[in-house]
Write a protein that binds this ligand. Structure first.
Ligand code: SR1
Ligand code: MG
Length: 408
């Protein structure tokens, strides 16, 4: 039966659950030998690290409300079931980028997994100006593979539809629909503005026909375009890494949606880190610019390779004629261009919501000089308005645009 755990109840729970007790303790050892601490700083769940002399693991539990708001915002615990199912699929596709799961309980809405104790959260690492030479290679592979091997291009028609049904993640999709695509563009009590933010800038994008129509289009795509199984919340707080390894965590928002959503959310978080840099941080600026470019370029070429390799294997009748592969390649290029356009649109939506919505990014929210913070936020809002209302054909144009708005 479900109950919300705390430091003491976790020990009792482990004592009564042989599958996880045996990971930590010998039969004759007492549960008091365990060290339990809550380390969660996310918006939704509670995360504990549990250590014994021999091992440690992470226990993550969903509670029946939204953690960052409190019990007055009920949220069903089913999100943990989506997280567990998504972790399993992602692990199968990308074993080296997804933590090991040791145990799960849908009744208790919890998962017990690998403690990534030699890894840190990417957002914090970027705030500390750390660099990771393998990150873009790893993340672009995670994106290209999870987002290709869950599409209709790879799965059978029936399997894809079963997956779509399995991942009808109504409540967390509604959170995204509200907090990314709705509330930031209206007067809403959940919005939060930094004290010195120029509210004229907020009014401007909220009352721009072009911006409102473009956001409405992205919202509708998010709700209807079931292309692939998305992570659904791939910001820099959902990645743990060190110089050699990269892990993607927290896929509770997983559902079948537009591929550009995962790509765009990740890129937007790099862009916001870029905007947060000080004038003299030239080399880190080059590094972040390189991350944006490499992530997109490597994602696009790996996704294309997946498409072509798979089509060759299947030799489907549709393209089985002398110029067929050439035509399929051209179709693939068009498909990837659509993903690019979507990624830019979703990137802009994430920039708006992290500036005026409830959930901020520490890269900017932790800037103590409030005048400087507001100046950066104004630039982000202007840049997001431009990105979402313009047409681009390649990533370098996006990077140039961002640079123009960041104006150091
Ligand atoms: C209101 S919940 C805020 C956000 O936390 C998660 O990480 C998602 O990004 C969600 O939109
Ligand atoms: Mg999360």
């Amino acid at each position: 039966m479900y109950k919300v755990l705390n430091n003491d109840l976790i020990k009792e729970y482990i004592d009564g659950t042989p599958q996880i007790r045996s990971l930590l303790l010998e039969d004759n050892e007492t549960i008091n030998k365990l060290d339990v601490s809550e380390i969660g700083d996310g918006n939704l769940n509670f995360v504990y690290i549990i250590k014994s002399a021999k091992k440690s693991f992470i226990l993550k539990q969903a509670v029946p409300f939204l953690r960052c708001v409190g019990e007055e915002y009920p949220l069903s615990r089913i999100r943990m079931t989506f997280e567990i199912e998504a972790l399993r699929i992602e692990k199968e596709i990308c074993p080296s980028f997804v933590p090991e799961i040791y145990y799960d309980s849908k009744d208790m809405s919890l998962v017990v997994m690998q403690n990534l104790d030699s890894h840190k959260i990417l957002r914090g690492e970027m705030i500390n100006r750390e660099t990771f030479p393998l990150l873009s290679k790893h993340i672009s592979t995670f994106l290209a593979d999870t987002l290709f091997y869950t599409t209709d291009f790879y799965l059978s028609s029936a399997q894809k539809k079963d997956n779509v049904k399995k991942f009808i993640n109504k409540e967390l999709c509604k959170i995204t629909e509200d907090f990314i695509f709705t509330h930031p563009y209206e007067e809403n009590k959940t919005n939060e503005y930094s004290p010195k933010l120029d509210m004229r800038e907020v009014k401007k994008f909220r009352e721009s026909l072009e911006v409102k129509k473009a956001v409405a289009k992205m919202r509708y795509k998010f709700m209807t375009n079931a292309q692939a199984l998305l992570h659904g919340d791939l910001h820099t707080g959902s990645i743990m890494l060190n110089k050699d390894e990269t892990y993607v965590i927290d896929p509770e928002f997983a559902f079948y949606g537009p591929i550009g959503f995962d790509v765009g959310i990740y890129l937007a978080n790099l862009v916001m880190s870029y905007f947060s840099l000080e004038k003299n941080e030239n080399s880190y600026r080059d590094y972040v610019r390189g991350m944006i470019k490499d992530t997109w370029d490597m994602f696009a070429s790996k996704f294309k390779a997946n498409m072509l390799e798979n089509e060759k294997k299947l030799k489907s009748l549709q393209w089985n004629y002398p110029k067929g592969m050439e035509h399929f390649e051209s179709y693939t290029d068009d498909y990837i261009k659509d993903i690019f356009d979507d990624s830019v649109g979703f990137m802009a939506c994430e920039m708006f919501r992290r500036t005026v919505g409830l959930a901020k990014v520490a890269d900017i929210a932790d800037i103590e000089d409030l005048e400087r913070r507001a100046r950066i936020e104004n630039k982000i809002l202007k840049c997001a308005s431009k990105l979402i209302t313009s047409k681009y054909s390649q990533i370098d144009e996006i990077i140039d645009e961002i640079e123009r708005y960041a104006t150091f």
